[in-house]
Design a protein around this ligand. Structure first.
Ligand code: ATP
Ligand code: MG
Length: 390
């Protein structure tokens, strides 16, 4: 039987005049993420995107899995599509959903008649089809409140039958909320932060600071793997790898030890912003959560933000570690994040970092040395490449 995917739009249905822009972005993103699976037909009607695989070889489970990760889609149903002919509809419902109905104890029929020209109304469809199902599966009972199986019939330009929709990724389409640069480490938090911004429509690029030989190539490969896992949701990620060793060594040799981390973070922000300015990216994103570590106290963030000319989004700011871990498991980055490779942030870290640095002392410490040539060099030597999901 011919299967098709119905992807129902989420909150973009509430958009007013520019609704089409959002829908077009969503469809573009779905196409980008699925077209390599084979020949597929896509069209939209009534706040639903129809995804019709045209080749036998296309793995529908894989296709659904990809569609479910595209932001902007609230629900995804895998349906069978038949002509709007009553006999065909009943035949399709009882054969397509045979396994589900055989295993269930109870069911109900839910009908939606988008095509008002169809001769039967929704209540009549439910009653008639319910009767047919009971004839074929006499062990079943109708339960309108808590059925094991809901047989959905949607009458549109065709009739679509399915056993219910699964949740999609929610959010709004990537690319409709501007561009931001995620500071991506190898930890648990920053991939989750990137995911959360992408969910609100931001096109996420990533920047990673590495300090060879203190950090290894495997540590960088791990971060690239994280970016590739994020790309399942965010789309292809423009990845920037910054050589940070020299700045860290100079900081170690020149800055007051207790201010090392905060100065390092300010310099990371500076390098990131220069690259953003070149690429017309308008905000930074970090995985910081208030109070998690010494550099994430409010006083430390005041000092970090003082070095920033653009907004710094911290979507995890009010979240507990357990909540962050739950999302990281859901988006499949957790297992990679906990692989034990070093991060440049753990290189030369002081034993007693200041948790309440005074802004003036930090500014003075930064002015005591000319970091400009080092910053310029780090920006110049940054390697930029695209990381895809597959
Ligand atoms: P994460 O789990 O994301 O590593 P964390 O709890 O380990 O966060 P820190 O190491 O203090 O916290 O880093 C805070 C934030 O700074 C990170 O979430 C990330 O956005 C950024 N960051 C840290 N290290 C790097 C790095 N090597 N390259 C790019 N960004 C980094
Ligand atoms: Mg970290």
């Amino acid at each position: 039987m011919k299967e098709i995917i119905l992807a129902k739009f989420g909150e973009i249905v509430l958009k007013g005049l520019n609704k089409n822009t959002f829908e077009d972005a969503l469809i573009r993103n779905v196409k980008r993420r699925t077209k390599r699976l084979g020949k597929i037909d896509y069209w939209k009607a009534q706040s639903t995107l129809y995804i019709n695989p045209l080749e036998e070889s296309i793995d529908i489970d894989e296709l659904i899995d990809r569609v479910k990760k595209v932001f902007g889609i609230a629900k995804v149903a895998r349906a069978v599509s038949v002509e709007k002919d009553w006999d065909k509809i009943t035949e399709a419902a009882t054969t397509y959903l045979e396994d589900e109905l055989t295993c269930a104890k109870s069911f109900k029929v839910q009908a939606k008649r988008a095509d008002k020209k169809f001769p039967m109304g929704s209540p009549e469809i439910c009653m008639q089809l319910g009767g047919k199902i009971l004839e074929k599966f006499p062990h079943l009972e109708v339960d309108v409140h808590n059925p094991d199986v809901v047989v959905n019939v949607e009458i549109r330009e065709n009739a679509y039958i399915h056993a219910g929709a699964e949740d999609g990724a929610g959010g709004i389409p990537v690319g409709t909320s501007g561009k931001a640069m995620l500071l991506l480490s190898g930890g648990i938090d920053s991939p989750v932060a990137g995911y959360m911004m992408a969910k609100r429509g931001v096109a996420v690029s990533a920047i990673h600071f590495e300090s060879p030989p203190y950090t290894s190539e495997r540590a960088r490969l791990k971060v690239e793997k994280l970016a590739s896992l994020m790309a399942h949701y965010c789309g292809a990620i423009n990845f920037h790898c910054v050589p940070f060793t020299e700045i860290q060594e100079v900081l170690r040799d020149n800055a007051p030890e207790e201010l090392f981390t905060i100065l390092m973070r300010r310099l990371m922000m500076e390098v990131a912003q220069r690259i953003c300015e070149k690429e017309e990216i308008s905000a930074l994103v970090t995985g910081e959560s208030l109070g998690q570590v010494a550099s994430q106290t409010m006083a430390a963030m005041v000092c970090t933000d003082n070095a920033c000319r653009m907004p710094v989004f911290r979507p995890l700011i009010g979240m507990d570690k357990a909540e962050i871990v739950a999302i990281s498991r859901k988006i499949n980055t957790f297992e990679t994040s906990i692989e034990p490779y070093e991060d440049c942030c753990t290189v030369f870290t002081p034993k007693h970092p200041k948790t309440k640095p005074s802004l003036q002392s930090v500014i003075d410490a930064q002015l005591a040395f000319d970091y400009e040539p080092l910053i310029a060099k780090a920006v110049e030597d940054t390697k930029i490449y695209t990381i895809n999901a597959f």
